[in-house]
Design a protein around this ligand. Structure first.
Ligand code: DQA
Length: 147
């Protein structure tokens, strides 16, 4: 695919999980909206969710083999812990946008640090599921410029 959307741990619980913070949309809703949006833009889009750090690392490595041009990633709790996922993104050299549903900076201080933000093209947080829509628009612009 042209664009890969990666979702970290517990995002499979969206809609059920703390809806006051994360909203009422399910992950399936978010993913199918993104696939539709990609179709109307004329790009291909894959999505992948895992609760396991190693699976996310492996999926990032696969993206290199697949010539993915851009990654949109919500690393969820791994945002604040994962050197391995950071290293994977740097290894494949695929540009990425970091998305968070909640405004992590309004929350506990352990959510204020990200292992990804200093390497991201952009960071979108606090706009709920719309953040993914904006990220896809921006990713599309980035890859169209590159062509
Ligand atoms: C999150 C914020 C993280 O701190 C948290 O661990 C998540 C979701 C968000 O989208 O707001 O699981 O990435």
């Amino acid at each position: 695919a042209d664009i890969l959307v990666l979702h970290g741990p517990n995002l499979n619980m969206l809609g059920i999980r703390e809806p006051g913070i994360y909203g009422s949309k399910s992950l399936d809703d978010i993913n199918s909206d993104l696939v539709q949006q990609a179709e109307s833009l004329g790009v291909t889009l894959d999505t992948f969710q895992s609760n396991t750090e190693g699976e996310l690392v492996t999926r990032i490595q696969q993206a290199y083999q697949e010539s993915v041009q851009f990654i949109i990633i919500n690393p969820a709790a791994y945002t604040h812990t994962s050197v391995a996922m950071r290293d994977a993104l740097l290894s494949v050299k695929i540009p990425f946008i970091e998305v968070h549903l909640s405004n992590v900076h309004q929350r506990e201080s352990f959510r204020h640090h990200s292992y990804f933000s200093d390497k991201a093209v952009a960071v979108i947080c606090g706009l709920g599921a719309n953040g993914y829509t904006y990220a896809l628009d921006a990713a599309y612009q980035q890859i169209s410029q590159a062509k």
